[in-house]
Design a protein around this ligand. Structure first.
Ligand code: GLA
Length: 389
């Protein structure tokens, strides 16, 4: 979306904040998909995300004051923030910016006052990480504008901390990381324990990935996301009392009998089952994408979906219906992505099969839930960057 309302927003910026000799600079961060490795990025697991061409854009210009003057196109609202920066329940969209400023300053940098306009086309609450994109684009714009020596990887960590400490979701590192380091046409495999990562290029040939938005809006903050995380942490703590060598739930490779000796609750046992079985599916997907064995990739995607639904319990009737219908319609693979409780389904299928899916599914979904679904075709795109204007 390089030219996404850019001219219009520049005019808006200047009419709200005034025209000066120094024009604002424009920065953009993408949305993300995650091919495999769901709900493992806060447990030391491996994830396989890619940046996609939906985006949040920010115009930023220093204002030589100590105020942060912010305008959101989506909310058509101007807010002035001054220190001390605190969560703002009346206009919570400003928390993403305030949280990032606070985290940048915790690293010992000073963030002078600025004027900022934000706009975007990532559907909110759809599991495509609009919040992480907002955090990363803000961090990157601050770093570039004020010449701060912060790496892309650190920008990702700053964004995650803003989300954890300021916004209140105890998310992992996956979203902010891929949005910071993503590269056109590549996904990455990221070890969320060591933060080592590598780029992978896959030729999908006659197949394609696309997204289906269930239009069930999730809010990770209000959902059971933090609860899932603490169930996983308590499961690990119990396992460690008997098997102290495990430092991450993701690495646990015990038999059912051994797990039975750890006195897990039913929930803790189910969460552990999802997390540890995701390890094997991730290997299958990486190998399958490399060798072109998309059938195996697709089966692993379906398995992950049902594991997220039945064991991790982060799906919902609407996304289950979509995946179940796609399975009956014979697509190669599909699963919910992101935090869950609604949002998008990622589909892998033959390109020429799409015309047999969209109308049928739209109709049956509408009949069952009285809700529209949206189909998104996308390209794998670059991570956060400056756009020349
Ligand atoms: C959300 C979080 C991520 C990750 C996914 C689930 O997108 O922000 O850190 O935990 O859910 O894999």
């Amino acid at each position: 979306m390089d030219s996404f309302r850019s001219k219009e927003n520049l005019n808006r910026f200047e009419s709200i904040f005034g025209k000066t000799k120094q024009p604002p600079r424009l920065f953009q961060a993408p949305a993300r998909i995650n091919i495999i490795g769901e709900h493992v990025d806060y447990l030391g697991g491996t994830v396989l995300p890619a940046a996609i061409d939906f985006a949040v854009q920010v115009y930023l210009r220093p204002n030589d004051t100590s105020s942060y003057n912010l305008y959101s196109v989506t909310y058509n609202e101007t807010v002035e923030l001054r220190k001390p920066l605190l969560p703002n329940p009346k206009s919570s969209w400003t928390d993403y910016i305030a949280g990032v400023i606070v985290e940048v300053e915790k690293k010992g940098h000073i963030v002078p006052g600025f004027d900022l306009l934000v706009d975007g086309n990532i559907p909110q609450g759809s599991g495509l990480s609009s919040s992480a994109a907002f955090e990363v684009v803000t961090g990157y714009a601050i770093k570039e504008t004020f010449g701060l020596p912060i790496s892309r990887e650190e920008i990702a960590l700053i964004g995650q901390r803003a989300e954890n400490h300021f916004v209140g979701t105890k998310c992992g590192i996956m979203d902010q990381f891929i949005i910071a380091v993503g590269r056109k046409d590549d996904c990455i495999s990221l070890n969320t324990d060591t933060l080592q990562y590598s780029y992978h290029h896959f030729d999908l040939g006659d197949s394609e990935f696309y997204l289906i938005n269930s239009n069930v809006k999730h809010s990770l903050k209000d959902s059971a996301y933090n609860q899932r995380r603490s169930e996983c942490e308590s499961a690990l703590a119990k396992i460690q009392t008997k098997f102290p060598n495990f430092t991450h739930l993701y690495d646990v490779n015990l038999s059912d009998v051994q797990i039975g000796e750890c006195h897990l609750t039913n929930e803790e046992r189910k969460r552990t089952k999802h997390v540890t079985s995701e390890r094997e599916r991730t290997k299958i997907v990486i190998e399958g994408l490399e060798s072109g064995n998309f059938k195996d990739v697709g089966s692993a995607l379906f398995e992950t979906h049902w594991s997220l639904s039945k064991e991790f319990e982060v799906s919902c009737p609407e996304t289950d219906f979509i995946v179940d219908s796609l399975q009956s319609l014979g697509v190669t693979g599909a699963r919910m992505i992101g935090g869950g409780f609604g949002g998008c389904v990622l589909v892998l299928d033959m390109k020429d099969h799409f015309s047999k899916i969209d109308a049928v599914l739209k109709k049956s979904y509408q009949q069952k839930f009285n809700l529209e679904i949206d189909f998104y075709k996308f390209h794998i795109s670059d991570g956060v960057k400056e756009i020349s204007i």
